[in-house]
Write a new protein. Structure first.
Length: 87
């Protein structure tokens, strides 16, 4: 996601992959969180504000990354995630 921040399709599909791979999987939630997963998803949302699929799939990725995972919830808040999602 970092190498291809400007490519919409990469961001869409990567958000979908993060969503699927972190669903009900605490180990993957931790790995993605430690690797900056929350930040890259929020970057995709900021960069592609008008692309509905990026916004939708990023929200779903953030949901699965943060569900029952306090550390990723903190990462989300610290990275300004509330403002990004509500914008």
């Amino acid at each position: 996601m970092r190498r291809h921040e400007s490519v919409v399709n990469v961001q869409e599909w990567a958000c979908l992959a993060l969503r699927n791979l972190s669903c009900d999987h605490a180990e993957n939630q931790s790995r993605f969180g430690a690797a900056g997963g929350v930040d890259v998803v929020l970057t995709a949302m900021r960069r592609h504000e008008s692309v509905v699929n990026v916004q939708e799939w990023a929200c779903l990725a953030l949901r699965n990354l943060s569900c029952d995972h306090a550390e990723n919830q903190s990462r989300f808040g610290a990275a300004g995630g509330v403002d990004v999602v509500l914008t």
